[in-house]
Design a protein. Structure first.
Length: 120
């Protein structure tokens, strides 16, 4: 029962805002807007020391919804990821990385984002 309650309340905080994971050779940004269980926004994924960039604010679109305590998002209508919120962290678990694979851009199976004040 407690586990069910945790899952149900896992998205009690609004996910609207900038989420970031940054390292020496990569940067992953998610800018999300949540409205009544619907998710929208953009993403900017840069890896391979800047040699692979998917960061077009007009075409790097995220759409999805919150269902059963988890967020499910798609990237430009193809590819899919599951969002899991845990305090100030948001974990993206890739379900289908086809659009990134087709672009020869490696995306980890799991990316842990921290809430950030701003994204680029």
């Amino acid at each position: 029962m407690a586990l069910l309650l945790f899952c149900t309340n896992s998205f009690s905080q609004d996910l609207t805002g900038c989420w970031k994971n940054e390292g020496n050779s990569f940067m992953y940004d998610l800018i999300l807007h949540e409205d009544n269980g619907k998710l929208s926004g953009t993403y900017c994924f840069i890896n391979a020391n800047g040699n692979r960039i998917d960061c077009d604010k007009n075409n790097s679109i995220v759409d999805g919804s919150i269902d059963n305590g988890f967020g499910i998002i798609s990237f430009g209508g193809s590819g899919e990821g599951k969002l899991i919120y845990n305090y100030n962290y948001l974990t993206l678990k890739m379900i289908d990385s086809t659009p990134f694979d087709d672009f020869n851009m490696h995306i980890p199976e799991e990316v842990k984002f921290s809430r950030a004040n701003e994204c680029k």
